[in-house]
Write a protein that binds this ligand. Structure first.
Ligand SMILES: NC(=O)CC[C@H](N)C(=O)O
Length: 305
């Protein structure tokens, strides 16, 4: 396995030259475009890694998986899906248009920005800071890494430039989809996106999901099997935004990308995979990361279909 991962990095590092790091959140533009790393964590507690697997990056949209799990734990699926749908999208991850066109005005799914701001707004806590503390605590637990924290430079950078997300959130407040404070919801969202991880950390989240909600390293159940199932299904249909269909055909496993360059993948009953490569394709997915996953899927016969 170790050799397979090393080969996947070596064979695909070239691809990183063909994409670009995200610049619309200025702090993200400081990433090294050629970085590429991968980690695998099996449900039998074996860990393998290769390449730039210790480089820290911010979760960005990978955090939408974490927020969805907590929102489901806190509120139950009926309430969550009364506010956000579970349908894939052919629009970009920060699209505004479908919010107004659809009736009722629910965001399409919890993996795009509008839907994720809603799930963040549902996380229990007396205010935004209590909600983000709960997200951090939960993230530390499901990564088995107590040192995980927020990168405040990225947070500030996103907060300063996050007008598009502000527009989505205020629109959703006007339609009653967001019930509480919009600014609190946005602050939770910006902070959760700025949680810093390595691909080893996200591989462990993937392993917990692959193991139906039980953390393989401790045997402790952290989420009910049904929540693990819902989250993995939404990752398959919506996790790569408007590239989810192609990802399902080429790779065929639940996955969630972020513009920080991470992709969290989960192979049911087998393993979690974390990849990192900040050079992105036109749809905002890690260009080298996708190629690494494609090679692993082929070599290890990972597709669930
Ligand atoms: N696709 C992403 O990773 C988007 C997350 C980013 N923080 C944003 O809201 O724009």
């Amino acid at each position: 396995m170790k050799r397979l991962l090393e080969a996947a990095i070596e064979n695909n590092r070239e691809w990183t030259k063909k994409g670009n790091v995200a610049t619309y959140i200025p702090e993200l533009s400081k990433a090294n475009k050629e970085h590429l790393g991968v980690a695998v964590y099996t449900i039998d507690n074996e860990e393998y890694y290769a390449g730039d697997c210790d480089v820290k990056f911010t979760m960005q949209s990978v955090s939408k998986v974490v927020a969805l799990m907590l929102a489901l734990l806190d509120n139950g699926k009926e309430y969550v899906f009364s506010k956000v749908d579970m349908e894939p999208t052919a629009d970009t991850f920060n699209s505004i248009s479908s919010l107004e066109k659809r009736n009722p005005n629910k965001p399409l799914n919890p993996m795009i920005n509008s839907g994720a701001i809603v799930t963040s707004s549902m996380i229990s806590g007396k205010d935004g800071s209590e909600a983000i503390e709960r997200i951090l605590k939960f993230t530390r637990k499901i990564t088995n890494n107590p040192t995980i924290d927020i990168n405040y430079d990225v947070y500030k950078s996103e907060k300063e430039t996050g007008d598009r997300n502000r527009a989505l959130a205020y629109f959703m407040k006007s339609t009653g989809i967001i019930e509480g404070s919009v600014e609190d919801a946005l602050d939770v969202y910006f902070k959760q996106c700025s949680i810093e991880v390595t691909c080893k950390d996200i591989a462990r989240i993937g392993a917990m999901l692959a193991n139906d909600g039980v953390m393989p390293w401790s045997g402790e159940r952290i989420i009910p099997r049904q929540i693990a199932r819902i989250v993995k299904t939404i990752m398959v249909t919506c996790g790569m935004y408007d590239a989810s269909g192609e990802f399902a055909v080429r790779i065929g496993i639940p996955g969630k990308s972020g513009v920080g360059g991470g992709i969290l993948a989960s192979v049911p009953g087998r393993m979690g995979i974390g990849v990192y490569g900040p050079s992105l394709d036109a749809k905002g997915n890690s260009i080298g990361g996708l190629k690494v996953l494609e090679e692993l899927s082929r070599e290890l016969d990972l597709s669930i279909f």
